[in-house]
Write a protein that binds this ligand. Structure first.
Ligand SMILES: NC(=O)c1ccc[n+]([C@@H]2O[C@H](COP(=O)([O-])OP(=O)(O)OC[C@H]3O[C@@H](n4cnc5c(N)ncnc54)[C@H](OP(=O)(O)O)[C@@H]3O)[C@@H](O)[C@H]2O)c1
Length: 265
């Protein structure tokens, strides 16, 4: 990778990312900020953490960062969010749909098959697929005016291999990967590339909330030829690569799987 080309290309561009106060979103935010990219990111409850991140990245990397509240279950909030970002930043180059819901809102969605309930499943679909659609539409409108851009959805290998209780998430990740392919076909003429980054089990709060976290962790460490769980940084590298036009300009409509070799076992 030619690092000087990458840095030159990325510097001064703007990333919009949902749910970047923790885990994978936070690692992606830092990866882009370290490379001179300005950041507009969202939080749901953790405003205090969002403010800490802003102070940290602005002082360390001399970029602009701003945080906005967003609940991906209230999709109309996305329209207002982008209007606010228009006021604060000059153009959007990258959009990453990363936020995921947890806790009460996934009740009946994160469960064994016989206990699945429409409401929980619908919430997961809304947070995963509909939030991607609405967010990506708003981003693409701006990117068209800007001469292009890159859109990414996070996905997970729970649509390739069985994970207990994960039917709702796995299905929605399947659906969002298909949506990515359709968006890529229709947005290519505007020089907008659309891809998914799919992760195997990554050590974050979301995974630690699984009731069988310790078993999952042990199993992944045994299954991976690399003998470890994935880290948020493992996915951040792929997201960065996909946004870097100097490295990935002919990649669109794809899912890049970062699974430590676990899905082939
Ligand atoms: N962890 C894994 O094993 C794994 C593997 C592959 C793919 N992924 C995918 O990677 C993405 C990030 O996962 P993660 O593990 O990093 O999650 P996480 O650590 O639980 O972080 C979730 C983020 O989403 C935000 N959020 C929570 N509820 C929200 C809501 N209702 N509306 C808007 N934002 C909300 C949180 O904000 P607050 O902090 O403000 O609440 C936080 O920033 C997800 O799409 C996930 O499916 C995860």
């Amino acid at each position: 990778m030619n690092l000087s080309n990458t840095r030159e290309y990325m510097k001064g561009k703007t990333l919009v990312i949902s749910g970047a106060t923790r885990g994978i979103g936070k690692a992606i935010l830092y990866k882009f900020a370290q490379n001179g990219v300005n950041i507009a990111f969202t939080y749901n409850k953790n405003e205090e953490e969002a403010n800490k991140i802003i102070a940290d990245v602005e002082s360390k990397y001399q970029i602009k960062a701003k945080a906005y509240p967003l609940n991906v279950l209230e999709l109309e909030q996305y329209i207002e969010l982008f209007k606010k970002i228009d006021e604060d930043f000059s153009g959007i180059n990258f959009f990453i749909s990363n936020a995921i819901i947890y806790g009460k809102s996934v009740a009946g969605g994160f469960a064994p098959f016989m206990r699945l309930k429409p409401k929980g499943l619908n919430n997961i679909y809304t947070a995963t697929v509909l939030a991607f659609v609405v967010g990506a539409q708003e981003a693409a409108k701006r990117m068209k005016e800007n001469g292009g851009g890159t859109i990414i959805s996070l996905s997970s290998t729970g649509n390739l291999v069985y994970m207990p209780n994960y039917a709702g998430h796995g299905n929605s990740k399947n659906a969002v990967e298909t949506m990515v392919k359709y968006a890529a076909q229709e947005l290519g003429e505007f020089k907008i590339r659309v891809n998914a980054v799919s992760g195997g089990p990554i050590d974050t709060d979301a995974l630690r909330a699984f009731p069988d976290y310790d078993i999952v962790k042990q199993k992944v460490e045994e299954q991976s030829p690399l003998n470890r769980m994935g880290t948020p940084e493992d996915l951040a590298g792929a997201a960065f690569f996909l946004c870097d036009e100097t490295q990935s300009s002919w990649i669109t409509g794809q899912t890049i799987v970062i699974d430590g070799g676990t899905t082939f076992k």
